[in-house]
Write a protein that binds this ligand. Structure first.
Ligand code: LRH
Ligand code: MN
Ligand code: MN
Length: 386
């Protein structure tokens, strides 16, 4: 097995995009808890995201959600982020909080509503021009609750037309990234429920259209790393929305529910050429911190990704291949598991120090006083929720 020192250079350029909405208050349909220090403006969310980057060196971009993060001047917002040491990343559209979209947005039976949803995406593309963002990420809440309620076939045609109208405005150096989800908020059918549907649509659009894989958006027991392998084979894995789940779209801290799954995913990413300076896969978090503190929740998350990446990089690929080709079932499995069971935490701590970062980012953040300061400063105004 390679040593940590042999793989550590591959960790240098690791970049994880944090979501602006992770810093706002969130909850379930039962309750959204407020918490001291929660941002009251987009700028305060960006300041918190930049803090995660300062303590970890892992999070150089923050993804925005429009209109949650709507501001007057996006160029000024970009400069604000840069002054804090980060860039604005993916722009996420939002067609799920407007009454007009009750029965759908890009797939609505009424062409006027579809046009409204298309126009929202064109507005997002305009924002991307100002923020310098590469990716427009589209997740649709569109679907139906009852058999017979909607023409599920016609909606695919409308979706294809709507996406084509948006894609037409995507510049050569930009991408349209389509995210799928098995259910919720619609419970009978979703218009983009799975990777096959998403892949079909983005393949019809063209080269700059790819798929976003949100780890919480599958049926229980789905082999997610297999989907990773498939999308990479097709050259269509655009991005990840990382999070953990026990049941459905739980949006918990990535690597908390099933670190082994994260390891397996990272292995397929690495093996399939999706990791490293040559790759354009975006690694994003899509999480909510309903009861834990938000900044440490994000720090924990990016560290979990880093840790499982390091372990996956340590798989002895040659020994694995040899065992596979010899038909050595248990030998191959052992090679795989040896890397998974290797504790890299001490090595990572030492390596961080060589890069001028705190060895223990969680501890360093707790001792920094940042949390106490925002709790004292951010009084008055309205806390943001996602
Ligand atoms: C939908 C989703 C999608 C949204 C985000 C807030 O469940 O994963 O990515 O944009 O949550
Ligand atoms: Mn998501
Ligand atoms: Mn989700």
């Amino acid at each position: 097995m390679p040593t940590f020192d042999q793989i550590s250079h591959q960790l240098e350029h690791q970049a994880i995009e944090v979501p602006s909405w992770a810093y706002g208050n969130s909850g379930t349909r039962f309750k959204v808890f407020g918490s001291a220090g929660t941002p009251r403006s987009v700028q305060e969310k960006i300041a918190d995201a930049a803090t995660v980057h300062r303590f970890t060196g892992l999070a150089p971009k923050v993804a925005l959600h429009i209109p949650w993060d709507k501001v007057e001047d996006y160029s000024a917002l970009r400069r604000y982020a840069q002054d804090q040491g980060i860039e604005i990343g993916t722009i996420n559209s939002n067609t799920f909080q407007d009454d007009d979209y009750k029965l759908g947005g890009l797939t609505h039976h009424d062409p006027m509503i579809r046009q409204k949803a298309i126009d929202h995406h064109l507005e997002c593309i305009r924002v991307m021009g100002e923020t310098g963002s590469r990716d427009l990420k589209i997740w649709l809440a569109d679907g139906s609750n009852y058999p017979g309620q909607a023409d599920i076939r016609a909606r695919q045609d409308w979706l294809a037309e709507s996406l084509a109208a948006i894609y037409e405005q995507i510049a050569d150096d930009q991408r349209l990234v389509l995210e799928y989800k098995i259910f919720e908020p619609a419970f009978y059918h979703m218009d983009v429920p799975d990777w096959g549907t998403a892949l079909g649509h983005v393949q019809a659009l063209g080269e700059n259209a790819t798929v976003c894989l949100d780890t919480g958006h599958h049926a229980p027991s789905t082999n997610v790393e297999f989907i990773v392998a498939q999308l990479l084979r097709a050259g269509k894995l655009g991005s990840f929305d990382f999070n953990s789940r026990f049941y459905a779209d739980d949006d918990l801290i990535v690597g908390s529910a099933d670190p082994f799954q994260l390891f397996r995913i990272m292995f397929e990413v690495i093996r399939g050429g999706g990791y490293g300076p040559e790759s354009d896969v975006a690694f994003m978090l899509d999480q909510c911190h309903n009861i834990e503190k938000k900044i440490p929740g994000q720090i924990r998350s990016v560290l979990n990704v880093q840790e499982m990446t390091a372990r996956a990089l340590m798989i002895d690929r040659e020994a694995l291949k040899a065992a596979q080709e010899a038909g050595d079932v248990l030998g191959a499995h052992e090679v795989f598991m040896d890397a998974f069971y290797t504790d890299v935490r001490a090595d990572l701590a030492a390596w961080r120090e060589t890069r001028g970062l705190p060895a223990h980012p969680m501890r360093a953040f707790a001792e920094s006083g940042y949390q106490e300061k925002i709790e004292a400063d951010r009084v008055g105004g309205t806390q943001l929720s996602w």
